[in-house]
Design a binder for this molecule. Structure first.
Ligand SMILES: [Ca+2]
Length: 329
C-alpha cells in the first residue's frame, strides 16, 4: 500500500463465502505459536529508532512491554501479499446488500450530514464500511504496534544483507528490497501510532487491527487517522470504532483524495483507488454504491431467507475474525 491502509475486506469475503460449506467441515487447522518476545537488544534498537521524537522513558515503557511480540506470520504477509489479487466480488451477494441497506437506514442522518459536509455520496461511504469491516464485524485482532515493530526489527536484523550482493537469489533480492521499503513505511506509521496514542491518552497497545496495521471501522492506518480522522459525533475525540467518527473520517478521506459528487464521476475511481490500491476493490465499492443508489426507492430491510442472522464460522477459534455478528448496528 502506498499512503494509507489495507483492509480486512478479504476476510469478510472469506467468512461470507464459506458460511455454508463450514457446516460440514471437520478438519481444523492446528494452532501454531507464531509470536515471540523481542530480545532486550531488539527492544533497545526500537527505542533508539524513535528517541529523537519521543521521551526515552516513555519508549522504554512501550517497547519493554511484555505484550510486544514479534509476529512472524505478519512479516511474511506484509512482504508477500498482493492486494490486487484478492477477489471482492462476493460483497455483491444478497446478504451483504441486506446489511448495507440496513446500515443505510440506521445511520441515515449521520450519512446525510457527512455527505453534505464533504460533498461525498453517502452510498460510497456505506460501500467502503461494508467492504472494509462488514460494518464492524471484522475489525482485526493484531496489535497494531506489533505489526510495525515486527517489520522494523526484521529489517534491523537483516542489516548485514545490505547492500544486496551481486548474485543473490532473485527471490531473496525481492524479499530484501520489499523489506527495506516496508521498514521505512513501518517507522513512519509507528511514529504516527505513538503520536495518536499519546494524543488520545491511550496505550499504543489499545489499537488492534489488520495484518497491515489498519484499524477501526474504516481500517485507517495511523498516519491516515492523524490526517483525515474526524470527530463526526462531536464528543471531543476521534474514535474510529464509533460509526459517527468512521463515517465522517471516510468522507473526509475521499474528499481529500479528489471525490466529486456523483457516483459515476470519472475522478471517483482514483479517489477510491487512493483508499485501497486495488482495481477489484475500486470496482466492487463503486458497484455496491451504485446498486444502493439505484435500489434506494424500493429498498427493504427484510432479512433474506437462507442466511442466519448469527453464527460462528471458522473453526480455528481465532475469535473476532471468525465471527459474524450481524446486529451490531
Ligand atoms: Ca468522536
Amino acid at each position: 500500500m502506498t499512503n494509507r491502509k489495507l483492509g480486512l475486506g478479504f476476510l469478510f469475503v472469506f467468512v461470507l463465502a464459506f458460511l455454508a460449506p463450514l457446516r460440514g467441515m471437520s478438519e481444523v487447522a492446528p494452532a501454531v505459536p507464531l509470536e515471540k518476545a523481542f530480545s532486550a537488544q531488539e527492544q533497545d534498537r526500537l527505542i533508539s529508532m524513535f528517541e529523537a521524537q519521543f521521551d526515552r522513558q516513555y519508549l522504554t515503557q512501550v517497547f519493554g512491554d511484555p505484550r510486544l511480540e514479534r509476529i512472524e506470520s505478519l512479516i511474511k504477509k506484509n512482504l508477500l501479499t498482493q492486494e490486487t489479487h484478492r477477489d471482492y466480488a462476493d460483497f455483491m451477494n444478497p446478504y451483504s446488500m441486506h446489511l448495507a441497506k440496513r446500515f443505510q437506514k440506521r445511520w441515515e442522518a449521520t450519512l446525510e450530514q457527512a455527505s453534505r459536509q464533504f460533498e461525498v455520496d453517502s452510498e460510497v461511504l456505506v460501500a467502503i464500511l461494508l467492504v472494509e469491516t462488514g460494518f464492524g464485524n471484522v475489525m482485526g485482532r493484531y496489535p497494531v504496534i506489533g505489526v510495525f515493530a515486527s517489520l522494523l526489527v526484521e529489517f534491523d536484523n537483516n542489516q548485514g544483507a545490505y547492500p544486496i550482493a551481486p548474485g543473490t537469489d532473485p527471490e531473496q533480492v525481492h524479499y530484501l528490497e520489499r523489506l527495506a521499503k516496508k521498514a521505512e513505511w513501518a517507522k513512519s506509521e509507528l511514529t504516527a501510532l505513538l503520536t495518536l496514542s499519546a494524543a488520545n491518552g491511550e496505550s499504543p497497545y489499545h489499537y488492534k487491527g489488520s495484518y497491515a496495521g489498519a484499524f477501526g471501522l474504516p481500517q485507517f492506518l495511523p498516519s491516515s487517522y492523524l490526517k483525515w480522522g474526524f470527530d463526526g459525533d462531536q464528543n471531543g475525540e476521534i474514535n474510529l470504532s464509533h460509526f459517527g467518527d468512521a463515517i465522517f473520517s471516510t468522507a473526509n478521506y475521499l474528499q481529500s483524495h479528489g471525490w466529486k459528487r456523483g457516483l459515476t464521476h470519472k475522478d471517483n475511481e482514483e479517489a477510491v483507488w487512493a483508499y485501497n490500491n486495488s482495481r477489484p476493490y475500486v470496482h466492487t465499492v463503486l458497484n455496491i454504491a451504485k446498486t444502493l443508489h439505484d435500489k434506494a426507492a424500493k429498498s427493504s430491510t427484510q432479512s433474506p431467507r437462507g442466511y442466519g442472522l448469527k453464527g460462528t464460522v471458522g473453526q480455528d477459534g481465532r475469535g473476532l475474525e471468525s465471527k459474524i455478528i450481524t446486529d451490531k448496528f
